[in-house]
Every structure is written in structure tokens, then in C-alpha cells.
Ligand binder design. Structure first.
Ligand SMILES: [Zn+2]
Ligand SMILES: [Zn+2]
Length: 165
């Protein structure tokens, strides 16, 4: 009997961080709900950018200690009248090629999402600056965002953080 192949998704959403996003938006008088239904056809606006986080390999016999990434591709979508959602693209383990869902750096997630939603609402926003820029090359083969055409790092583009706010 053939073994059932376990397929792991190439992206996922993190509605558990909506409260943090919501609190930050409330400071600017904005109210958005999280749209659980990710739909590229019905959204009114979308934007590809990236956040930071850590990955662990879930394959039992893999020896990797996990890896951190400052370039996790995400797609932010906005829907009428006032909801949004965010796709976070997974990455593959360098050692065994299995897909992993990240543990997000929540601050970078909240900063990116609220920045974009405020901007879409016509508010004046300052571009935050992150320190500790990594010069590590982006590995397109391991990034699902690259594969799906939603990564700001794909196509050999080398960009620094502030450019992609
Ligand atoms: Zn692995
Ligand atoms: Zn990528």
C-alpha cells in the first residue's frame, strides 16, 4: 500500500496576531476586521512585502537547528468595506527541503500591516527603520513567496528594508 503523502501548505495566515494589529490601528482611529477568506479576486488592494521570523524544521530526523529569516514574503490584502488579511509564505529547509511555517517576529508583522493599512487609508506614516540588516543572499529555491511570484526579493533584486515598506 502506498504511503499517504503528507502535503504541507506553501503559505498560511496568522489571525492570532489580529488583536495586536487592531490595537495599533485604533491609535489612529482605524477599525479593520480580519478576513479569514483569502481571495485575490475580491480584494480591493494588495501589496507584497516581507517580515522577519524564525523557522523550525518539522521533519523528525532532520538535524537542522532551524533558521531565521529577515525576508519572509507576505501579501497584504484589503477588502471592502474594512477588512484585511495577510498571507505569510513558508520556506523550505535547506537540509531536507521540507516546508516550514514560521514563528513570526510579531513586532515586524504588526509594523508592516499597520503601516500599509494606514497608508491605504491616506494617513501620513513614517517609514520605520530596522537595524541589523542582513546581507545574506535570498535563497529563491527555498522561498514559496518567490515561487508564487509574491516575493520582493525574487529575480535577483537586492533591496534594503526601507525600500519595501
Ligand atoms: Zn529539515
Ligand atoms: Zn523569496
Amino acid at each position: 500500500m502506498p504511503q499517504k503523502k503528507k502535503t504541507y501548505p506553501s503559505w498560511s495566515m496568522f489571525p492570532e496576531h489580529h488583536d495586536s494589529v487592531s490595537d495599533e490601528l485604533a491609535k489612529s482611529g482605524l477599525l479593520f476586521s480580519f478576513n479569514e477568506d483569502d481571495d485575490e479576486d475580491s480584494c480591493s488592494q494588495d501589496y507584497d512585502t516581507n517580515i522577519m521570523g524564525r523557522f523550525r524544521c518539522h521533519r523528525g530526523n532532520c538535524k537542522t537547528q532551524g533558521w531565521s529569516s529577515k525576508r519572509i514574503a507576505i501579501t497584504i490584502r484589503r477588502y471592502h468595506p474594512a477588512s484585511y488579511n495577510v498571507r505569510v509564505y513558508h520556506q523550505r529547509c535547506k537540509s531536507c527541503n521540507s516546508l516550514s511555517r514560521p514563528d513570526l517576529d510579531v513586532q515586524s508583522y504588526v509594523d508592516r500591516i499597520t503601516y500599509r493599512l494606514k497608508k491605504w487609508n491616506g494617513l501620513q506614516v513614517e517609514t520605520p527603520v530596522y537595524f541589523g540588516e542582513s546581507n545574506a543572499p535570498h535563497e529563491e529555491d527555498l522561498c514559496e513567496g518567490c515561487k508564487m511570484g509574491h516575493c520582493t526579493q525574487s529575480g535577483g533584486r537586492v533591496v534594503t528594508f526601507p525600500d519595501y515598506w
